[in-house]
Design a protein around this ligand. Structure first.
Ligand SMILES: [Mn+2]
Length: 586
């Protein structure tokens, strides 16, 4: 039964690892905090006095009961069933709405007018409905939600949605971690509000800790077998929790993410869809990326409701066995604020013997803000820590594309490297070959990457600015004063004769803009696929850049038909404007 299982886990790894984790937190972070425990249930390993026998007589419907039922459905209520909302506002109200967007990068003016208990439409794969769960034997979970100056309604909608969609028998508690917010509504008013809610606890950091240490603070007082981390502006879909816990019961070394559905920051429309979710990757700037599920992974899965292996996680939302999280070395507490910690954790999970998965039947809505609400200034140091500990020689591919990262003070990583050694983790080559074979791994042969400079036109380099963050193709390559910062002036000449724009993933390849003499960028062929002839340029010993298909050479011209200097295809000559060379840095 639930009770016996709970106690067994306590005996096995509950108390001891928890106190270790506490010591760790105190030792490393030297953090003071206050705990507001608003209900006494957390002390008892068994929630409520229901015996195994009584459970057995009830059907799944009874076991599925959430901590709280949602209020009766009012289809006319604003935003009900995840519908988009547009308010009819006068000037004054309009001004207030704009202000709220400025402050939170989320339309919290509108959020405040939507029920904290609204329902979401059913958007999961219909097959998910047929999955049965053994509620009596699933592990319990503590949901940890860290926040910093979060708006009232987005935070509390998250809390209510967890309480109203999580089976009472599975949810041990919700732990809210206040990462030293200074806004008034998060002080006494929040304490008063949650004191009326079952199973909700609040813990406050005594100084700004950042996401990583704030989450660990929450984890340190968690009593559930599984830690489920959520962001503080989420809405859980019915049935979101069971698949995560089921998978962890089945495989304790699995770290499982829900499908993250978009909630629009301006209309609060729920944009979940029941199709196949995307998985996580990264590019060589160590920026997280989304991708469709690769074919080899589709073949591995036996059913559409099977978990999907993912090379990386987006960051905010996942469930992990508390015991396994501890074994893996929790988080890198040397990481500040946020950014980069998701990739570090992803590399560590895979390289140290675990697996990172997305469960297609677990859906959680997340409000993606208009833009990042607080500084990402620490994200660079965090990424460097990830590269230094986990990427071996491949970290050079990152540094080549981000020369300024070499200068970043990233602190001491000795203990993290030691952890890697102690756990006997595999190397990054193994990770790339086995977990992320679709990622193009640049060759970066000496002298064949960096800025592509012209000999005749002084200090002018190939420059490419993709139209959007998520779309690499479609613009023309221009020439621009060389800046040596990598990024949009970074190109790599491959052994397959491509000029690759591969700071992004998937990478782009320079080719001729058809019907013109200008150069543009198209997607490169996939790893192990043949290279299209139009992508082939021969960089000769004398610096000539010869385009094979057109039988022309790349020349720097001062005035292109779009105005500024650009590389164009011209009949080959001895002109110094047709001579090019790579330079790593200025
Ligand atoms: Mn978020």
């Amino acid at each position: 039964g639930v009770g016996r299982r709970g106690r067994r886990h306590m005996a096995l790894f509950g108390r001891r690892s928890r106190s270790k984790l506490m010591l760790f937190i105190f030792g490393v972070c030297v953090v003071g905090y206050v705990i507001f425990s608003r209900n006494s249930e957390v002390e008892a390993p068994i929630k409520r006095g229901i015996s195994t026998h009584e459970y057995r007589d009830k059907d799944d419907e009874a076991l599925k009961r959430p901590v709280y039922d949602k209020p009766p459905l009012d289809l006319n209520a604003l935003g009900e069933m995840g519908r988009a909302v547009k308010l009819d506002l006068n000037d004054e109200e309009q001004r207030k709405q704009e202000e709220s967007i400025k402050k939170h990068q989320i339309n919290t003016y509108l959020s405040d007018r939507i029920s904290l208990h609204r329902r979401l439409p059913e958007r999961w794969n219909p097959l998910c409905r047929d999955l049965k769960y053994d509620y009596r034997n699933l592990p319990s979970t503590s949901v940890v939600i860290a926040f910093y100056n979060e708006a009232w309604s987005t935070l509390l909608r998250t809390v209510h949605s967890v309480l109203e969609t999580s089976p009472d028998v599975l949810l041990r508690e919700i732990i809210l971690v206040d990462d030293y917010s200074d806004q008034e509504h998060l002080k006494q008013p929040l304490e008063d509000y949650i004191s009326k809610l079952q199973k909700v606890r609040l813990i406050r950091a005594r100084k700004r800790e950042g996401l990583v240490r704030a989450r660990l603070l929450g984890a340190s007082i968690a009593t559930g077998h599984v830690l489920t981390f959520l962001d503080c502006h989420c809405e859980c879909h019915e049935g979101w929790l069971e698949p995560l816990l089921h998978r962890i019961k089945e495989e304790e070394t699995a770290v499982v993410c829900p499908v993250i559905d978009v909630i629009d920051w301006n209309t609060f429309q729920y944009l979940g869809n029941s199709g196949e979710p995307q998985i996580g990757g990264f590019d060589w700037r160590l920026v997280f990326t989304w991708h469709p599920i690769p074919e080899y992974e589709q073949k591995r899965r036996r059913s559409q409701t099977d978990v999907i292996r993912s090379p990386t996680m987006a960051g905010g939302l996942f469930a992990v066995s508390k015991n396994y999280f501890q074994y893996l070395g929790t988080y890198d507490t040397g990481m500040e604020v946020w950014g980069g910690e998701n990739l570090e954790f992803s590399f560590r999970i895979w390289q140290c013997g675990g697996s990172l998965e997305i469960h297609p039947c677990s859906h959680v809505g997340h409000v993606f803000p208009k833009k990042a609400p607080y500084s990402r200034s620490k994200a660079l140091a965090n990424s460097v820590r990830a590269a230094e500990v986990w990427m071996d020689g491949y970290k050079e591919l990152y540094y080549h594309r981000n020369p300024h990262a070499r200068l970043e003070a990233f602190g001491d990583v000795t203990s993290r490297r030691k952890l890697r050694q102690q756990l006997g983790c595999k190397d990054f080559k193994w990770y790339l070959e086995n977990v992320y074979p679709d990622l193009n791994v640049p060759e970066d042969q000496p002298g064949m990457f960096g800025m592509l400079k012209n000999k005749g036109m002084q200090n002018h380099c190939f420059d490419y600015n993709p139209p959007e963050e998520h779309k690499v193709v479609g613009h023309r390559v221009i020439l621009y004063p060389c800046h040596g910062m990598g990024q949009n002036q970074f190109f790599e000449y491959s052994s397959q004769n491509e000029i690759r724009y591969n700071t992004r993933e998937p990478s782009g390849c320079v080719t001729v803009d058809s019907g013109t003499d200008y150069l543009t960028v198209q997607l490169c062929s996939k790893p192990r696929q043949p290279v299209p002839e139009e992508h082939k340029f021969v960089l000769k010993e004398d610096g000539t850049l010869y385009h094979v298909v057109t039988n022309k050479c790349v020349e720097a011209v001062q005035k292109s038909n779009s105005g500024g200097p650009a590389p164009v295809l011209r009949p080959c000559s001895d002109s110094i404007y047709q001579k090019w060379f790579f330079m790593e840095r200025t």
